[in-house]
Design a protein around this ligand. Structure first.
Ligand SMILES: [Zn+2]
Ligand SMILES: [Zn+2]
Length: 143
């Protein structure tokens, strides 16, 4: 009778160990799926290919896929970064939204553009807005 009780205890321990190992194995599998997503800080960062940022830097509207900001980049002159001028998105160029410089806060006329520095990186370019033609002066002037 005593040996029968001992066997029962071993079986229970065995089942518990099996269950524990099973959970451990599948718990790790789930953890691996969840990680790997980092929150990117996109404060004044315009993502994607040059000329197709997600947010219009002139009127700060969130653009849908396919809506492009009108901009023109200047030759790089052998440097890693180059200057570009940003006119705006379809909304602020049509006059639906005010065109405001994010640096000095001035309301821009239609012949005034934003001046930005474009960093060419493979697969992803970074645009940093320096100012407008009012607070920044004409394109090409150095800091
Ligand atoms: Zn805009
Ligand atoms: Zn400005």
């Amino acid at each position: 009778m005593n040996s029968y009780f001992q066997m029962l205890v071993f079986v229970v321990i065995g089942v518990m160990l099996f269950w524990f190992g099973y959970n451990l194995f599948f718990g790790q599998g789930k953890k691996g799926q969840g990680s790997g997503k980092d929150n990117k800080n996109q404060e004044d960062e315009l993502e994607g290919e040059a000329g197709a940022p997600r947010t219009c830097p002139v009127c700060s509207i969130r653009l849908l896929h396919g809506e492009k900001v009108k901009s023109s980049a200047y030759p790089s002159m052998g440097k890693a970064d180059r200057l570009m001028s940003i006119a705006g998105c379809p909304y602020c160029l049509e006059g639906d939204r005010p065109r405001i410089c994010p640096v000095c806060g001035a309301v821009l006329n239609y012949d005034e553009n934003l001046v930005a520095r474009l960093f060419d990186k493979p697969g992803r370019s970074h645009v940093h807005v320096l100012g407008c033609s009012r607070c920044r002066g004409f394109l090409g002037s150095h800091r």
